[in-house]
Each structure stands twice: as C-alpha cells, then as structure tokens.
Design a protein around this ligand. Structure first.
Ligand SMILES: Nc1ncnc2c1ncn2[C@@H]1O[C@H](COP(=O)(O)OP(=O)(O)OP(=O)(O)O)[C@@H](O)[C@H]1O
Ligand SMILES: [Mg+2]
Length: 251
C-alpha cells in the first residue's frame, strides 16, 4: 500500500517550471532512487514533499493523509524527514546535543530524546564521538551525523538529497551500507544521488526526472538500459559519477 504519493505535482518559480506534472507512488518499506541531470527539479520535488515549498499545483499524501501545503515541522511530526544536501550542524554543540535537537524538536512521541539521539549516533557509528563537537569531522562523518539527526526524529520515510555527494570511495561505501541498514530497519527511503553505483545498489526502483518531468521509472536494470534515459542523463553523466552543484538557499 502506498505510503507516499504525489499527484500531478507542479512547481513554477516565475518563468521556470522546475517540476512539471509529476505523479508517483512509493510503498511502505520500499527504497526508490531519483536521478536526472543538474537542474532537472529533483531537489525541488523533495522540497515540495517536505513542505519547504508549496506546489503550484497538485497534491501530496502521506499514509493516505493529504500533507500538501503543511509546514515542514508538521510533516516531520507525521514521520517524513529529509537530509540536507549541504550539512550544517550546530557547531558549538556536541554530536549528542546535535542529534538530541532532532529527537526533541522533530520527533514524535520520543520518550527520552537523549537516549534516542545516542541510539542514532550508535546506528551511524559515531557514538564514540558523542561528546565532541563536529568541527573536526570528515565530510563522510558529517553526512553520517546528518543521518543521525534525521534518524533521531524516528521517521517512517527518509528522503536523502545527495547524501553520497562529495565523498571518497570508502566513505561512499560506508553510506551505502548505512542506507542498507536503515532500509533493513523498516524505513521507507527516497533518495537523490549522482553517484550512480551507490544509488542503483540501494534502490529497488528508480525514477528519472528531466526538465521537471518524470520520463521513466523502473528497476535499476531497466533504467540503465532505457534509451531515453541514456540520452537524457546516463550517457553523459553516469560514467563520471560526478558530484552536483551546490543547493539552492532554503534547502
Ligand atoms: N527557490 C528557487 N527559486 C527560483 N528557481 C529555483 C529555485 N529552486 C530551484 N529553482 C530552479 O528550478 C530548477 C530545478 O532546480 P533543482 O535544484 O530542483 O534541480 P536538481 O535536479 O536538484 O539539480 P542538481 O542535480 O544540480 O541538484 C532549476 O532551473 C533551478 O534553477
Ligand atoms: Mg539538487
């Protein structure tokens, strides 16, 4: 049964049609990847889902309830959260305090936010650094802290926007394993990444956005062999496993 649904979603910014009549459905426990060229509208689609932007047209449903136009905080309370494309932890707080903010202010019925935060740090293998501040962390560890912050909210659905962007091979491997563990724990996952190996290995299905429109959806194998997708994206970008340009403010 569908846990997350988008119906005819459209978002225009002045003359730019960033998301153009996109409909999709993701079942509970599924992991779905979202790919497409730079500027295709991927992050904008995620921002519509998480309430950062209100769609110009269309509807979003979470577990059957309409969440269109609700604010991010309300959507987080209902169990849907997103990691940021650029990670910005609170610098003068420890890792544990950073994760506790997620549990306290984003979470739902979290009895002991500090305990939940600590568990989340354990899950991402950062518990040994719980009482240190984030300024010394590698990019990979910062990404894992961002995942811990989001996990501490006890979500049902997790959206990852380029969580493997900018990571080296080992760090990417660690993130892929971590997303696999998160999936095993029963969460529903929707993720954007330009690192094709990573995305294809954790996704059961893949959606392709080009120019705001969903041009294909299918298994990773089907997508990798889809002529239209190869022309729009894979043929030029996938082989390079490139990182994307930075996010738009308000992410
Ligand atoms: N807040 C905004 N105001 C105006 N235009 C925007 C805004 N956010 C996104 N856009 C435009 O919408 C289009 C889609 O951008 P978006 O960031 O969603 O693409 P993306 O697929 O995430 O790209 P990337 O792979 O580079 O992260 C682009 O043309 C972008 O310039
Ligand atoms: Mg983006």
């Amino acid at each position: 049964m569908a846990l997350l649904e988008g119906e005819n979603l459209t978002k225009s910014f002045g003359g730019v049609l960033a998301v153009d009549d996109v409909s999709f459905s993701i079942d509970r426990g599924e992991s779905v990847g979202l790919i497409g060229p730079n500027g295709a509208g991927k992050s904008t689609l995620f921002r519509l889902i998480t309430g950062v932007h209100e769609p110009t047209e269309g509807h979003i449903f979470l577990d059957g309830d309409e969440i269109t136009g609700k604010d991010s905080h309300d959507i987080c309370h209902r169990g849907l959260v997103k990691t940021h494309q650029i990670v910005r932890p609170f610098e003068h707080m420890t890792l544990l305090e950073n994760a506790t903010v997620g549990a306290e202010f984003g979470g739902r019925d979290v009895d002991d936010p500090r305990e939940k935060a600590y568990e989340s740090l354990e899950f991402v293998s950062l518990d040994h650094l719980a009482h240190t501040e984030p300024d010394e962390l590698s990019v990979g560890a910062l990404k894992r802290l961002e995942i811990a912050r989001v996990l501490a909210t006890d979500p049902d659905v997790m959206l990852f926007d380029e969580v493997a962007g900018g990571l080296d091979t080992d760090e990417t491997e660690a993130i892929v394993d971590l997303i696999g563990d998160i999936k095993e724990s029963g969460k529903t996952i929707f993720l954007i990444d330009h690192v094709m190996r990573a995305l294809m290995s954790v996704s059961e299905r893949v959606f392709v956005l080009d120019n705001g429109q969903l041009i294909a959806r299918g298994s990773p194998e089907e997508i990798q062999n889809n002529q239209r997708v190869i022309e729009a994206y894979l043929g030029t970008s996938a082989g390079r496993d490139h990182d994307a340009t930075g996010p738009v403010a308000g992410d």
